[in-house]
Structure formats: C-alpha cells, structure tokens
Design a binder for this molecule. Structure first.
Ligand code: NAI
Length: 283
C-alpha cells in the first residue's frame, strides 16, 4: 500500500513534531487540532525549527520551501477524508482517543490506516472500538520527534501483517528506525524506562542519595546523557505517575508500585519543568 496523504490529529508537542518529519520527508501532511490557537502554535513551532535548521546549515532554503509545500493546517477533522494514514496524538486519555478513532472510522476511506502515538494505552482496546481493527496500530514517536531516531511500532492483537509492513516502510521513509513491539503495558520503552525512573525516586525517598547525586551516578557511571530525575522532570511527573499506574494495573505486580514520593510531588503540583518545580527548580 502507498501512503501519500497523512493527517496528524493534535498539534501539541508530539503532533507538531510528527507533522514536521512527514513534511520534511516530502509526504503531504495536514496538522489538525480542535483549537485554532493550538494549531497556530504547532505550525509556528515547525516554522521556527525549520528556519533554525537552515540557519545552522542542516537544511537548504529550497528544502525548507519543499517541506512547507507539503504541510497544511486544519481544524476540520473531516479533511481526513482523502488520507491514507491518520496518526492520533491527542491527550493521553482512553475516552478521548476512542472517540477520535470512531470519528475517523466514519470519515476516512476503507483502506486508511489509523495509528496512535499513545505512550501507554492499549492499542488492542483502541482497535476494538473501530470497525477496522486490523488497520489500527501504534506508532510511538519519541520526544523531540525531529531529533529522536526511534519509532516503536506496536501491533495490537488484531493488527494485520499488511498494516504493519506499511507502517514499517513509512517509518523508514521518515529516516527513522522502526522497532516491532507487541501490545503489552508500557510497550518496551516505558516498561524499562519508567521503573528505572521510579527506582531513582525511591532512592531519594529512602534517603540513599540526593537527586543531584542519583543523576550524577547515572550520567558519569552509566554514561546516560541525562540523569533519571532530570529526565522525569522533562517528561512530566504526572505523566511518569500515569505510566507507572498503567504498568501496575496491567501486570498486577508490586514491582511496578509507584513511589509514594512521586505521588506526593504530583499532588503538590510539582510536575517538573512544565510547572517550574519537580526534583529541580526551573525559571
Ligand atoms: P499536548 O498536550 O502537547 O498536545 C495535545 C494536543 O491535542 C493539544 O493541542 C490539544 O488541543 C489537542 N487535542 C485534544 N483533543 C483533541 C481532539 N479531539 N482533536 C484534535 N486535537 C485534540 O500532548 P503531547 O505531549 O503532544 O502528547 C500527545 C500524545 O503523545 C499522548 O498520547 C502522549 O502520551 C503521547 N506521547 C507523548 C510524549 C511526550 O514526551 N510528551 C512522548 C511520546 C508519546
């Protein structure tokens, strides 16, 4: 199957980055958001990042023009009617996501593949909410999307081999590396990353070491580019807690129990970088 027209639903942090890499790869892409303001912000962010790439000599101005030529914005989801692939990147909420998928199921042609960028929700359940479960798949990009090379491709139990192959080919066209993963809580990335972050928080909670020292051990001792607590602040502590809950509920294993200190920070509104305070403080 050839994918020529794509829509990305949700023009936030992830959606705008995803639209950018499609446009850059020469694929026609429409960025969609419910709110005009969010759409404008998403498109302005893409414009700024592409202009910076030209300034830094990573892209020619002709390539920048070509990328713009492939990109458009819309607040009307009905514009997905001519798309071969739609990627959903709205808020991490099952009810909202299934509503979007059911809407898309009614709007798009029969052949269209519906993908979700969810970082933790079961693709199998999203697929079951549509009339085309074999054409539903997870396409999990990493943040920041234009920089990170990995795309986790998550097969729901219903996903067909044809759908998987089409998404794998598309990922290669974006010059990213696809990794095939089956649909279990946290997939691979967050199943391994989040318990490490949670354990780092337990280490602080139990008074073993300060946040700075935990991060220094992991950076200088394990060669991680960023310590787990700085990374947790960057991801958002509410998101980290949410994913730990998904792992804990999904496996019913106490090894995934979210650290009480993580819960306390989230209750205090200390969500990390976005709120100005987490394990570190931000301007
Ligand atoms: P965000 O909050 O920055 O953006 C979400 C956007 O979706 C907002 O602009 C909102 O107006 C829009 N939206 C909400 N409902 C909508 C609807 N029904 N139709 C159209 N637009 C709608 O969120 P972010 O961080 O971009 O996350 C999006 C998804 O990507 C989530 O599922 C998240 O779990 C996943 N993800 C996030 C990562 C991260 O580091 N932030 C990494 C990988 C995946």
């Amino acid at each position: 199957m050839t994918i020529n027209n794509v829509m990305v639903i949700g023009a936030g942090q992830m959606g705008a980055g995803i639209a950018q890499v499609f446009a850059r790869a020469g694929v026609d892409v429409k960025l969609n958001d419910l709110k005009q303001e969010a759409l404008d912000k998403g498109l302005a962010g893409i414009e700024k990042r592409l202009a910076r790439a030209v300034e830094k000599g990573r892209m020619t101005s002709e390539e920048q023009d070509t990328a713009f030529h492939h990109l458009s914005g819309t607040t009307n989801i009905e514009d997905a009617a001519d798309c071969d692939l739609v990627i959903e990147a709205v808020v991490e909420n099952m009810e909202v996501k299934t509503k979007v998928f059911q809407q898309l199921d009614g709007i798009t042609p029969e052949h269209t593949i519906l993908a979700s960028n969810t970082s933790s929700l079961p693709i199998t359940e999203i697929a079951a909410a549509t009339k085309r479960p074999s054409q539903v798949i997870g396409m999990h990009f990493m943040n920041p999307v234009p920089v990170m090379k990995l795309v986790e491709i998550i097969r729901a139990i219903q996903t067909s081999a044809e759908t998987f192959e089409a998404i794998k080919d598309m990922t290669n066209r974006l010059e990213k590396t696809p990794v095939e993963v089956n649909d279990f809580p946290g997939f691979v990335s967050n199943r391994i990353l989040m318990p490490m972050i949670n354990e780092a928080i337990y280490t602080v909670y139990e008074g073993v070491a300060s946040p700075e020292d935990v991060d220094t051990v992991m950076k200088l001792g394990m060669n991680h580019p960023m310590g787990p607590l700085a990374l947790a602040d960057f991801i958002g502590l509410d998101t980290c807690l949410y994913i730990m809950e998904v792992l804990y509920d999904g496996f019913g294993d106490s090894k995934y129990r979210p650290c009480p200190l993580l819960r306390k920070y989230v209750k205090a509104g200390w969500l990390g970088k976005k709120s100005g305070r987490g394990f570190y403080t931000y301007e």
